[in-house]
Design a protein around this ligand. Sequence first.
Ligand code: ZN
Length: 311
Amino acid sequence: MEEIIRLKPYFSHTIWGGSRLREEFGYPEPGEDIGECWGISAHPNGDDTVVGGAFDGQKLSSLWDSHRELFGNLEGDRFPLLVKIIDAKADLSIQVHPDDAYAGEHENGSLGKTECWYVLDCPEDGRLVVGHNAQTAEELREMIAQGRWKDFLREIPVRPGDFIQIDPGTVHAIKGGVMVLETQQSSDITYRVYDYDRLQNGKPRPLHLSQSLDVITVPARSVQDTIVHAQHTPENQLFTLCSGRYYTVSKLVVRDLCSVETHAPFLNFTVYSGSGMLNGTPVRKGDHLILTSAVHQLRMTGSFEAIVSHV
Ligand code: ZN
């Protein structure tokens, strides 16, 4: 059975995107507004293509449908996760995602969106919006209706190596200059709460205030419960950043020689720095791979770092 599936990412162009995905990750994508690299995705809005091997040219969604053995014969009508690299040259809109129950009912049977971020790079004063300061539903409505964004939004300072879990119902936004690797449920449902009054093609992008008020959690979860400072993690082993209902996400720092066992049905594997070898295959920064159920042991050499996830 095929051990390693290599994927060609889909790119999304946005008003807040930049050119770092091309310049620093080497993706051959033109444009100065590249916001997102969907590195591991079978979502209909950006279904990745397999490169090389027995399944060359196939879409990941069709591989999921026709070769479920690669994914440990997991059940489910769609590939469950989506891994992105996000380059926020400017601030992303303030947004919130629904959970499975709300999305299923109001968004055509879509999944909800639980997501998490590993901060790859950011300026000295890098910041993210995570949560808000309203204490009651009443206060939440007032602050939004009156546009008291400075009082409402909870901004936190971040550094490269910070990891943040974003549950559905959490008001959040990536601020300009921050680059993150996002692991999420395979969903594309976003409710925009505030867009800094920006214009796109001369018009403001739509807001989704009533849906946002339906799904925002009040009061917000404490920041301490959602952040892991993962700058200095042990080398040559999978270091778990979070493990929950939808995914387990780990950081892997490979130095010289490394061997790791896995019992997961499959692993999403994104290299975000360095280069080396993985089970006889060269890997380097920017590579997005799926290690299939045929892989029980990861044998690695070189010097590289990766974010690894599974369901
Ligand atoms: Zn989000």
